[in-house]
Design a protein around this ligand. Structure first.
Ligand code: 48H
Length: 263
């Protein structure tokens, strides 16, 4: 059978822009495709919400590929094991509350599960800002401002485009990039003790893991923080290559937003 290169191009064009068009009015926009963002994306999409995830890099998975220091095994604790086994990641008990999984199997499977659940993934896409609205004196984020990562990396002066979303999840990891932009550009107060971004503290795995879930919350009207971004926002510790808190944070933010969306 003959193959026409123009039809290959046309297929990509039409399918991609169909996906993009169906993301103009999202229920949830997830910024960052690490373990917390991927877990939230899978659960919200499986619940039937219109969900898209935006990841700067070509590959999904954030900081989970390399386990600890490139030794590509991750550790998770018992209460989070279901978030791996539910999607088919083999998990082994190492001892007591310490379970291990292959980092590559975990990363690729979480990414695949999010896509197959119906989350629309836009990789190679950077979120550079948010849309802000004020009503009755209350400011709220109502969308994301996105640009192509190659445009961003090349430093080209090309304007971004905008998608609306009822809720945003900042799951960008240690840097909490979007929240920093929100605070830098606008006169806003966050739902944190100081009203600003508290900043991440040094290593204390046990406290950090508990706090990752506790700190997963709406930090500004319309904007939730999840995963490492939650700890960095609320001033908690880092935890090293244990990923249960990230998975549980994704599960919590999905449940909280689903409850809000259902009213
Ligand atoms: C689009 C963006 C943008 C942007 C960043 O870092 P991640 O893996 O995030 P988490 O919170 O799900 O997981 C954290 C975990 O990997 C980790 O770092 C741990 C446990 N550290 C412990 C320690 O002690 O060090 O993924 C975030 C993703 C990345 O893929 C970024 O490329 C992406 O977000 N991202 N995508 N627009 N503006 N900023």
């Amino acid at each position: 059978m003959s193959l026409d290169e123009r039809i290959i191009t046309q297929a990509i064009l039409e399918e991609y822009f169909e996906k993009f068009k169906s993301s103009l009015d999202l229920d949830v926009a997830i910024i960052g495709g690490g373990p917390s963002g991927l877990t939230a994306a899978r659960l919200l999409a499986a619940d039937g919400f219109n969900v898209a995830l935006f990841e700067r890099k070509l590959s999904l998975g954030g900081g989970m590929w390399g386990g600890g220091m490139t030794w590509n095994i991750i550790v998770v604790q018992e209460e989070s094991v279901h978030l791996l086994t539910d999607v088919g990641v083999p998990v082994k008990r190492y001892k007591d509350n310490y379970f291990t999984a292959d980092a590559v199997a975990a990363t690729t499977t979480l990414a695949s599960a999010a896509c197959l659940a119906g989350a629309k993934v836009f990789n190679c896409m950077s979120v550079e800002d948010v849309v802000l609205r004020e009503e009755d004196g209350i400011k709220r984020v109502t969308g994301i401002v996105i640009n192509s990562s190659p445009v961003e990396m090349a430093g080209l002066h090309v304007d971004p485009v905008v998608l609306a979303s009822k809720y945003l999840i900042e799951a960008t990891g240690h840097a909490v990039e979007v929240l920093h932009t929100l605070v830098r550009k606008n006169d806003v107060r966050l739902n944190t003790p100081s009203g600003g971004i508290e900043g991440e503290q040094s290593m204390w795995a046990e406290v950090a893991e508990t706090n990752t879930v506790k700190n997963t919350q709406e930090i500004f009207p319309g904007l939730y923080v999840a995963g490492m971004a939650a700890n960095a926002s609320y001033g908690s510790y880092r935890m090293g290559p244990i990923f249960g808190g990230m998975l549980l944070s994704g599960e919590k933010v999905a449940a909280d937003i689903a409850a809000k969306l259902r009213g």
